[in-house]
Design a protein around this ligand. Structure first.
Ligand SMILES: [Zn+2]
Length: 100
């Protein structure tokens, strides 16, 4: 059976090898380009914010990570719904991304 794999971020199709590696590393399927992107993001964003971002994306929510609103960076923004989410860096928020 041939399964289709695609990047959660850009929907570009990815190979099973890339898929397996990405899910193992990040918990979600990402193309090579977006694996690099999330590696860079993890330097300025917390793992909590990134986890929440992917949780939202997997539910089809058009969220944006580290959006700059002209004044400051917002952890996660959902412009369509005019919602900004600031993830509390001191909290023990435990969000796990799951796929499948
Ligand atoms: Zn991608």
């Amino acid at each position: 059976m041939d399964k289709h794999y695609s990047c959660l971020e850009c929907n570009q199709s990815i190979t099973q090898g890339v898929f397996n590696f990405s899910v193992q590393q990040f918990g979600v399927p990402l193309c090579i380009y977006h694996q690099d992107w999330i590696n860079q993001m993890s330097e300025q964003s917390t793992i909590e914010a990134i986890s929440l971002y992917f949780e939202l994306k997997q539910r089809g929510v058009p969220a944006e990570l580290e959006k700059f609103d002209g004044f400051k960076h917002i952890d996660i923004a959902i412009p369509e719904a005019k919602i900004n989410i600031e993830v509390d860096r001191s909290s023990q928020l435990q969000l796990r991304t799951s796929y499948g």
